[in-house]
Ligand binder design. Structure first.
Ligand SMILES: C[C@@H](O)[C@H](N)C(=O)O
Ligand SMILES: C[C@@H](O)[C@H](N)C(=O)O
Lengths: 164, 164
């Protein structure tokens, strides 16, 4: 049950895209992500949270360089997947805490979110795995987020990994 | 750029909770997850996709045994975080493909979603990391999902990891 946070990482070469109100039925996620794959676009985070009245939203992130191409793909499949709207934003950064045994430790996520809240940083997207909790924040909040997480998790400077 | 899928896993001891229309401002995620941590509830997936008109939804999963306790916590903080509604569901399973280098391979997610769509399995939630793509599906679809993913990714029976 030991939790080990090995570091904090920030990636500013990120853009996010959201697809709104797609019918929540089989085949929709497939159409969208197969189309992106066929255009050779690397997708990093894929986040789909919860349905409302038979519709769902799907968000994902790509590198900033791929944003234009990705939006083109999404526009192409938009009617095919029945999306009511699209939004995208390159003014974002992905900030992550990386560790081991995160999931078995209830306090980690709350502590990460508390550190960001105290720094008055709004959390746009959240995605978790056993070894990583990633959030999307405004791009210019990335450094401030890193410092807040460092100090909250008592990480010294050597553990700091800034990706870009 | 090599993609290696090492296996498919299914976990049926899962329940999901969604919190709807919380104000999209700092401190909301903190309140919710600190409260869950203080009640000693292990949270597995946390998924927050995209804001709509200053509001956001947050979904997360817990073990089935913790659902009742988790819902109590969410009800307690509901007005504090300004949530307009709550939904929860224990009739779910988490199905994951596990590998290495997933993110650098555009085709993996699309192929996973295509396999599930072909098996007519609806995808409720999606969360990704470099080594894992997890979806939430209906509980009774778990085995069918496993078989579909096995056959789509050419995994023989030894690679199959059924968690519970
Ligand atoms: C919304 C989307 O994920 C849909 N439920 C699907 O299975 O493709
Ligand atoms: C919605 C919630 O994540 C909010 N944006 C927060 O930062 O806490």
């Amino acid at each position: 049950r030991e939790m080990i946070i090995s570091g904090v990482a920030a990636d500013k070469n990120v853009a996010r895209i959201a697809v709104f109100d797609v019918p929540d039925k089989p085949g929709i996620a497939q159409k969208l992500f197969v189309a992106l794959a066929e255009a050779n676009i690397n997708v990093d985070m894929i986040v789909q949270s919860t349905m409302r009245e038979e519709y769902n939203d799907i968000s994902f992130t790509v590198s900033q360089d791929d944003l234009y191409k990705a939006v083109e793909v999404v526009e192409k499949v938009k009617s095919d997947i029945g999306a009511k709207g699209i939004a995208y934003d390159s003014d974002v950064a992905k900030v992550s805490i990386v560790g081991a045994g995160m999931i078995t430790n209830p306090g980690v996520a709350g502590r990460m979110f508390a550190a960001l809240a105290e720094a008055e940083i709004n959390i746009h997207m959240i995605s978790t795995s056993e070894i990583k909790i990633s959030v999307i924040v405004k791009k210019d909040a990335a450094e401030k987020a890193m410092r807040a997480l460092h100090s909250s998790f008592w990480l010294d400077q050597e553990n700091r990994q800034e990706v870009s």
